[in-house]
Design a protein around this ligand. Sequence first.
Ligand code: ATP
Ligand code: MG
Length: 566
Amino acid sequence: MDKPDTTPPPNFIRYIVEEDNRTGKFGGRVITRFPPEPNGYLHIGHAKSICLNFGLAADFGGHCNFRFDDTNPSKEEVEYVESIQADVRWLGFDWGERLYYASDYFEQLYGWAVQLIKDGKAFVCELSPDEIRDYRGTLTEPGRESPWRNRPVEENLDLFERMRAGEFPDGSLTLRAKIDMAAPNINLRDPVMYRIKHDPHHRTGDAWCLYPMYDWAHGQCDSIEGITHSLCTMEYEDHRALYDWYLDQLGLYHPQQIEFARLNLSHTVLSKRRLIQLVQEERVNGWDDPRMPTLAGMRRRGYPPAAIRSFCDRIGVGKRENLVDMALLEYCVREDLNRWAPRVMAVLRPLKVVIENFPEGRVEYLEAVNNPEDPGAGTRPIPFTREIYIEREDFLEDPPKKFYRLAPGREVRLRYAFFLKCHEVIKDPATGEVVELRGTYDPETRGGSAPDGRQVKATLHWVSATLALPAAVRLYDRLFTVPHPSSEAGDFKQYINPHSLEVIDPAWVEPSLAGAAPGSHFQFERLGYFCVDPDSTADRPVFNRTVTLRDAWAKVQQSEKKGKGS
Ligand code: ATP
Ligand code: MG
C-alpha cells in the first residue's frame, strides 16, 4: 500500500446524502449536528464525528449545529461546556450562531410527553429500576407488561404533573412509552422517557427534577432544529426504531438517523468514563496531559489541528469497527509539522567537547537554515564557541562497525558549522564514565564542506556549551503497553505504561529559543518535533516532544504487507 491519499474518500454517508438530494427527500437541505454530552473533555473519537458532521454540511452547502446534549445533570459541568467549545473551535470549525442546548427544549419535550399520555401511548410506572430491568425480558424471551401499564389517562396526567412538581423522590416513578413488551428489539419494550432526579442542572438550575432520557430527547431535538441527517455511532443502530417511533407518533418532521463505526485508536482508551478515571485517580496530570487522547491533550502535546483533520479524512467513515494504529495519527502530525515547523538544535543528553584550537572567549556566528522545506523561512545566526555539547549517544569510544558518528581519532561534521576531530577522551577516574572530549576543528570547513574534498560519514547536531539555554524537555511514550487496553482482561488501568513520561532537565537548546511562546512548534534536528509547554517560565522553557522523526507508520504498513503475503 502506498502512503495514504490526501483527498477525503467518498463514504456511504455521502452517497446517502447525494441520493437524498437527487430524490429531493429533504429539499436539497443538508443540516447536521454535533451533539456532545458535557460530561468530559472531547477526545480524538469526537474529532472524527466533528470532522464528519461539519465536513459533510460544508461540502453540500448546508450547516452543522452545535448542540449540547445536557440531559443528565449529575455528570455534567460548566467546565466541560467551555472546554468542548474551545476544542471544536481549535480543531477549526465554526458553528456561527447555531449553539443549542437540549435543555432549552425541556418544556417542549414535556409538552410532547403529555401529548403521548393523552394519546394513550405513555404511562407513569411505579416499578423500581431493578424491577424494570427484570420485566424487560431478554434477547430470547419477551418481557412482561408493567402492572401500571393500563392506568387511565387522567391518572397518568395527574401523576406526571406531580412528578414535575417534585412530589416524588428520585427513582420512585418513571414515565414510559407504551409500545410492545414482546418486541424483538428490546429498546421498544416500553422504554423509560423520564426519570426523577432532584439534581440541580448547570443551565436550568432547579427548574426541573424530571429529566428526559437520551432516546426521548434526541430525535425530538433533531426535529426542532430541522436536522436532515443525524449521524451517530453504531451503538445507536438498535435505537433507531425508537427514534423513528417517537417522531412518527408525534407526527413531527422526521430527520434520518444514520450510524457509522466509532474510532478506536491503539494504545489508548476513547471513552469519557475511562478517561475521567485517569484524571480523577491522577494517573495523568489532568485532561490536557499530553499523553491523553483528548483534543486538549493533543493540543498541549503539539499536534496541529490540521494534522488531526487530515487523520480523520484518512481513516474514512464506514460501518465496521476497527482499531486504527496510533502510528497513522503520528504520521499525519509529522507530515504537517515537516512543512512548516522551524528547525533548531538542542542537545538532550549532553557530552562536552572542548575544541582546543578555537580561542577561549571567542564567539563565531554561523548561518543555519530555518526550514529546508520552505526557503522563504530564511536563516538565523547560531553561536559557535570553544566548548560545545553534543549528544552523548553520538560518541562511542570503541565503535562497532556500522557506527559512523564520533569516536577517538575520527572526524565528523557539526551541522551548519565545521568538521570536528576527536583526539582525547576524558573519564571520571572513579566510574570510568566519559565526561568530556577534546578535539580540534578545521576552520577551512566552515559551512560544512572541506576545500580539499575530504568526506565525513556523519553530521551531528550540537549547541554552544557556554551560550545554550537550559530547558526542561518532556518525552512521552504510549500511555498503555497493549494495543487495546479496554478489551483486555481485568481493569484497563493495569496496562498503563509506567514509562510514558520521561523528563530531562536540564536539556540544552540554542539561544534563539529564548522567550519562545507557549504553543509554538519546532523540529529539534535529529530528535523530533517539540512544542513549548504553558509551564514554561522566562528563564526555563519547557518543551513537550510532540512526535519523533522516525516514521513508524511506514513500518506498520510494511509488516501489514508481509502479513498479507504470507
Ligand atoms: P464516550 O463513549 O467517550 O463517552 P459518547 O458517545 O458518550 O462518547 P458524546 O458526548 O455523547 O460522547 O459524543 C458526541 C458525539 O461524538 C456523538 O455523536 C458520538 O457518537 C460521537 N463520538 C463519540 N465517541 C466517538 C468515537 N470514538 N468515534 C466516533 N464518534 C464518536
Ligand atoms: Mg453519549
